[in-house]
Design a protein around this ligand. Structure first.
Ligand code: GMT
Length: 408
C-alpha cells in the first residue's frame, strides 16, 4: 500500500509512534510518505520506501499565526494525488484530521485516499475539549474513514465526549521494538549517570504540567532518604525550571541530572533501575512501555490508559495521582530488594514482549487499513446523534465521494 503519515515531528509519544509505525510498515514493503512541517525526530538515515515531504509555509507578515492546517491540507492533497496514496493516516486529531478532511474534499471528484485518524491523548482529553476546538475536532474525527485509539480508556473518552458511536473506534495499542528496547547488549552509561553505584531512577517526558514533574522530584527525595539513588531526567519543556527549583528546595539537586532532549532513550533506559511516571492523565504512557521493554520496573499513577499497560503489582506499582508517599514506598520496596527487583523487571519485559511487540501490533494496523480501503470498517454514515456543524438532518457523504459528487 501507499500510505501518507502526518504527525507532530517534535518530541512526544504520538510523533514517536507515527514514525516507528511508518518505518515498520516500510520494512514490510509499504511505501510511506511522511508529511509534516519538519522531519520527525525518530526519522533518521536513508530508508528504502520512506519519503519525507516538508510542509511549506509562507511567513507573510500579515499572518501573526501562519495557517499551518491549510498548508498541511495542501501538502496532503498534493502528495496524495501525485503518489496515488491509498491511505492518509494522521496521528493526533488536531489539526491533522481536519487537514486530511480538507485534502479529501480537494480531490475534486476523484476517489482520493481513505483517512485514518489515530487518537493519542490530549487531542481528546484536553485540547480537543476546549471550546475553540471541540466542534471541529468532533466533526473531523467523525468524518475519518477509520478511527483508532491507543487504549480502551481513550476509546471510551472519545465516545463519551465526541458522540462517536460504539464500535467505530478500533483500539490498537502502541507498540515497541523489543529487539532495540532491551536490557542486554546495550552500551550502559551507568558509570556516568551514577558514578557512586547508586540506583538510577529515571523519568522521560516533555515536562508539561500533565506529567507532574515536581512529583517526580518529590518521590525521588523520599526514595533517597532510604536508598542511595540518582534521578535522571530526560526531556525538556515548560516545567523543567519548577522541577529544578523543587530539587533545590528538597536539597536533592546534587543528585538530580537533567539530560535534556535525547533521541536514543533506549540506551538510557537500558541502565535504569526504576521509571517514574506520576502523570495527571495519560492515555497510554508510551514511555512506561519503553521502560518495561528494557526490564525497568515502573511506578506510576493509576490514571487513564496506564493500567492497560503497567499491570499493577507485576510490572511495577500504580498509585493515586499525587500520592508521592505511596509512590516512594512502592519504589523503595522494589529498589531495596534485589530479588523483588529481578522479578518485577522480568515481568515488565515479558508484558512488553507478549502484549506490545511491534511484530504483533503493526499487522493489526495493516489489517485495519485493508478494512478501511475495502470499506468493510464501521462507516462514517453510522454516526449517532446530530452533527452540529451540518445542516439539520445532516449531509451523509458516502466514503470516497466528495461534496461535488453529491451535488451533481
Ligand atoms: O496527548 C498528548 O499529550 C501528546 C501525545 C504526545 O504526542 O506525546 O501523548 C499522548 O500520546 C502518547 C502516544 O500514544 C501516549 O503514550 C501518551 O499517554 C499520550 N499523552 C497523554 O495522554 C497525556
Amino acid at each position: 500500500m501507499k500510505i501518507g503519515i502526518s504527525c507532530y515531528p517534535t518530541y512526544g509519544g504520538s510523533g514517536a509512534v507515527a514514525t516507528e509505525l511508518g518505518l515498520e510498515l516500510a520494512e514490510r514493503g509499504h511505501e510511506i510518505h511522511f508529511i509534516s512541517y519538519a522531519q520527525p525526530f525518530r526519522l533518521d538515515g536513508f530508508r528504502e520506501r520512506v519519503y519525507f515531504h516538508e510542509v511549506e509555509m509562507d511567513q507573510y507578515p500579515l499572518f501573526e499565526h501562519p495557517p499551518y492546517s491549510l498548508a498541511l491540507a495542501v501538502a496532503m492533497h498534493e502528495v496524495a494525488s501525485h503518489y496515488d496514496l491509498d491511505v492518509v493516516h494522521v496521528h493526533y486529531a488536531i489539526p491533522h484530521a481536519t487537514s486530511a478532511w480538507i485534502a479529501r474534499q480537494m480531490m475534486n471528484g476523484l476517489k482520493g485516499p481513505r483517512v485514518v485518524t489515530t487518537l493519542h491523548g490530549t487531542d481528546i482529553t484536553l485540547t480537543g475539549q476546549h471550546p475553540s476546538f471541540h466542534s471541529i475536532t468532533r466533526f473531523s474525527i467523525r468524518r475519518s474513514d477509520g478511527l483508532t485509539a491507543v487504549s480502551q480508556f481513550l476509546r471510551m473518552e472519545t465516545e463519551r465526549n465526541f458522540g462517536v458511536e460504539e464500535g467505530r473506534i478500533r483500539v490498537i495499542p502502541n507498540f515497541i521494538d523489543t529487539d532495540r528496547y532491551r536490557r542486554q547488549d546495550k552500551p550502559c552509561h551507568r558509570a556516568t549517570l551514577a558514578p557512586g553505584g547508586e540506583k538510577i531512577v529515571m523519568h522521560i517526558s516533555n515536562f508539561r504540567p500533565v506529567k507532574r514533574v515536581e512529583d517526580v522530584v518529590e518521590v525521588f527525595a523520599r526514595i533517597r532518604d532510604r536508598v542511595p539513588a540518582r534521578l535522571v531526567l530526560v526531556g525538556d519543556g515548560p516545567d523543567r525550571p519548577r522541577a529544578q527549583q523543587r530539587a533545590e528546595s528538597l536539597e536533592v539537586a546534587d543528585h538530580v541530572l537533567f539530560l535534556g532532549k535525547h533521541t536514543s532513550v533506549d540506551e538510557l533506559l537500558a541502565c535504569a533501575d526504576l521509571f517514574l511516571l506520576p502523570s495527571e492523565s495519560e492515555s497510554f504512557g508510551l514511555a512506561a512501555l519503553e521502560a518495561m521493554a528494557c526490564g525497568v520496573p515502573v511506578v506510576a499513577s493509576r490514571v487513564g490508559g496506564l493500567p492497560e499497560v503497567v499491570v499493577d503489582g507485576e510490572a511495577g506499582a500504580l498509585l493515586e495521582v499525587g500520592d508521592v508517599e505511596g509512590m516512594a514506598e512502592a519504589a523503595v520496596q522494589i529498589l531495596g530488594d534485589d530479588d523483588r527487583w529481578a522479578e518485577v523487571s522480568r515481568a515488565a519485559r515479558t508484558l512488553a514482549v507478549d502484549r506490545f511487540d511491534a511484530r504483533k501490533i503493526v499487522p493489526v494496523y495493516e489489517a485495519f487499513y485493508r478494512e478501511v480501503v475495502e470499506g468493510t470498517v464501521s462507516a462514517p454514515g453510522a454516526i449517532s446523534g446530530e452533527d452540529p456543524v451540518l445542516p439539520a438532518g445532516g449531509v451523509t457523504m458516502a466514503r470516497g465521494t466528495t461534496s461535488d459528487e453529491e451535488d451533481s
